[in-house]
Design a protein around this ligand. Sequence first.
Ligand SMILES: CC(C)(COP(=O)(O)OP(=O)(O)OC[C@H]1O[C@@H](n2cnc3c(N)ncnc32)[C@H](O)[C@@H]1OP(=O)(O)O)[C@@H](O)C(=O)NCCC(=O)NCCS
Length: 156
Amino acid sequence: MNNTDNYLLPLGYVIRQAKPSDMWLICLFIIRASLDASQLKWHQFWVIEYDGRLVAFGQLRNFEFAQELGSLFVVPTHRNQGLGTFLIQHLIAQSTQPLYLKCLKNKLGSFYAKKGFIPISYEELPVSLKSKFRLSQLRKTLLKAFVLFMKYEHPV
Ligand SMILES: CC(C)(COP(=O)(O)OP(=O)(O)OC[C@H]1O[C@@H](n2cnc3c(N)ncnc32)[C@H](O)[C@@H]1OP(=O)(O)O)[C@@H](O)C(=O)NCCC(=O)NCCS
């Protein structure tokens, strides 16, 4: 979506597209962190390395007329230095369709809001994502679980 990719990675970190051999580690981190394990396709992932080791990753899931920013993860010892922010900026810049995400952690809502995502209702989601997120919406309405749907808005 041609967003300006204006964030810099801290010294020593490099970003690259994932390779098939990254997936066992990515899957392990995703399972451990209880993140959404759908569409774990290596070619949709970007990873950040430090000293030749994978320390962060995120992906763009593809749907009809939409993409979902997902699987965002930074290894705990490398957090709070902007890697998550950099990955979000990078995935925004790579996206080619309207971009959405689902957030299940209350404190992350404001984190994503600072990156340009705005809260939207379930009804505002495209049809393709409504079917994916139907269960989450049920958890939200029936169990009052924290579920926030967000859409990326280009800065004007
Ligand atoms: C959420 C997550 C990806 C954030 O990764 P991160 O690399 O720590 O994120 P950042 O460093 O970009 O931003 C986190 C905080 O670090 C601080 N920060 C950002 N850039 C910084 C920098 N250059 N130097 C120092 N601190 C910085 C900020 O306080 C920021 O919070 P804010 O933007 O809300 O003010 C990470 O905590 C994680 O992997 N969590 C577990 C998995 C998860 O919950 N994923 C999201 C699923 S929806």
